[in-house]
Design a protein around this ligand. Structure first.
Ligand code: BG6
Length: 468
């Protein structure tokens, strides 16, 4: 068998999102985002105002630590750093006509730090942080008006960062709107009151906005590459019973639909049939179908878990928004997420066969409780062999997929520095190579400490994946 070989220009790095790391939720003109009133993650009700128990208001204070943090990323050898630009930092209400200059200056500075170390920025335009005003006044993406507000935001970003940011993602985990319409789509209507009609209409607005952003990016920034971003979760039939196989296929299609539109440029027939069955009729405006033809340049995705599907009653599995039936062959993390490195190879092969476009793994990692211990040199560290083991096993499967012939642009591990969890809003669910001293009761010095995985990943990058 050929040895595993990562391409010379493979983009190794890490990923974050503004609302989970920046803090400074109301500094320098930033408006509120939906995250500022979601202290419990996807579970629990949003609050009327930001409350002190909301870990995201301070998060890990990346807003004031970005220089030192990016320096640490550079020390690990990052080639790429994925982060999002908080919409409400730049357009505090989302529907403002002029941007907040101070918000833009922050991202000028972040990019300048990346440039100092030769790190490519990979920017997520919208990562679960819709401006709160757009959620309250328009019910988020339920309203078609969001398309124009989003494109205004894009226009400002593309004009400002042209030539400095080559890689862009339009919406984080666009398919997650099916399961968390508030977090993903800024939709305030409670999920049990949201009709399928309204949900799929909101999805249509996002898909049109995404396609128009691709067009705009290509016009304004020749050479830029824009990707979609999908929450990938391979769904296996729980048994070989053909009913389970068909059920798994149907579940897969509900997720495939998003990438299919973004990569192929039209609604797939299976989705139109499904919508007909549900009595859903998407309102298209003239020009929408034409706009959808602006397909993405690459396919990016997050990968944490796989799941099973069956038509019979089942024991449910946990996952970052999606779930399914528990797989009896897999172990799980402390948060009940089933660990399936081979599933990553499956996803890579399936997506590449389906789209024939380069793939980018922009999230993967293990959320775990870490124990800070003295490092014997006057500082502290975490012996996170469990995280190293998780990542090593996943990266071996990335290597195997490369050997299968899949075109993979890069890998950014999720939460390369500890940050606040999206689903549970906890900080004790840590993903980083860098430990941040902050606890869920708000205590902590915000000091940063290198974990064992920091040095392991540094060596992986240095050897371009030879030493996993
Ligand atoms: C993805 C999101 O769903 O998974 C991230 O894009 C999120 O924002 C990550 O943090 C891990 O999930 P969690 O709930 O453990 O933070």
């Amino acid at each position: 068998m050929k040895p595993i070989q990562f391409p010379e220009n493979f983009l190794w790095g890490g990923a974050t999102a503004a609302n989970q790391c920046e803090g400074a939720y109301n500094e320098d003109g930033k408006g509120l985002s939906i995250q500022d009133i979601m202290p419990h993650g996807i579970k629990g009700e949003p609050t009327a105002e930001p409350t002190p128990d909301n870990m995201k208001l301070v998060a890990i204070d990346f807003y004031h630590h970005y220089k030192a943090d990016i320096k640490l990323f550079a020390e690990m050898g990052f080639k790429v750093f994925r982060f999002s630009m908080a919409w409400s930092r730049i357009f505090p209400n989302g529907d403002d006509t002029t941007p907040n200059e101070k918000g833009l200056q922050f991202y000028d500075n972040v990019i300048a730090e990346c440039e100092k170390y030769g790190i490519e920025p990979l920017v997520t335009i919208s990562h679960y942080e819709t401006p709160l005003n757009l959620a309250k006044e328009y019910d988020g993406w339920h309203s078609r008006k969001l398309i124009d507000f989003y494109l205004n935001f894009c226009k400002v970003l593309f004009a400002r960062y042209k030539g400095r940011v080559k890689y862009w993602l339009t919406f984080n985990e666009i398919n997650s709107i099916l399961h968390s319409p508030l977090m993903s789509g800024g939709i305030m209507t409670p999920m049990d009151k949201l009709t399928q009609q309204d949900l799929y209409q909101a999805i249509h607005h996002e898909l049109v906005a995404s396609a128009k952003a691709v067009k705009l990016a290509h016009e304004m920034m020749p050479g830029a590459m824009v990707g979609c971003m999908i929450l990938a979760m391979p769904t296996y039939p729980l048994t070989p019973n053909p009913d389970d196989v068909l059920a798994a296929l149907k579940t897969e299609q509900k997720n495939y639909f998003f990438g299919d539109v973004q990569a192929r440029g039209y609604y797939p027939k299976y989705l139109n049939d499904y919508l007909d069955e549900q009595g859903v009729h998407i309102q298209m405006k003239p020009g929408d179908e034409e706009a959808l033809k602006n397909t993405v340049d690459f396919i990016s995705f997050s990968y944490y878990v796989s799941a099973c599907e069956t038509t019979k009653p089942y024991i449910p599995s946990e996952g970052n928004l999606l779930g399914g039936a528990k797989n009896p062959y897999l172990k799980e993390s402390e948060w009940g997420w089933q660990i399936d490195p081979v599933g990553l190879r499956v996803v890579l092969n399936e997506y590449y066969d389906r789209y024939q476009k380069p793939l980018f793994i922009v999230e993967n990692g293990l959320g775990a409780v870490d124990k800070l211990v003295p490092d014997g040199k006057g500082s502290y560290t975490v012996h996170d062999d469990y995280r190293i083991d998780y990542m090593r096993r996943h990266l071996i499967e990335v290597g195997n997929a490369l050997r299968d012939g899949v075109d993979i642009m890069g890998y950014t591990s999720w939460g390369c520095i500890d940050l606040v969890s999206a689903s549970t809003a906890q900080l004790k669910k840590r993903y980083g190579f860098i430990y941040v001293d902050r606890n869920d009761d708000g205590t902590g010095t915000l000091e940063r400490y290198k974990k064992d995985s920091f040095y392991w990943y540094q060596n992986v990058i240095k050897t371009n994946g030879v030493c996993l």
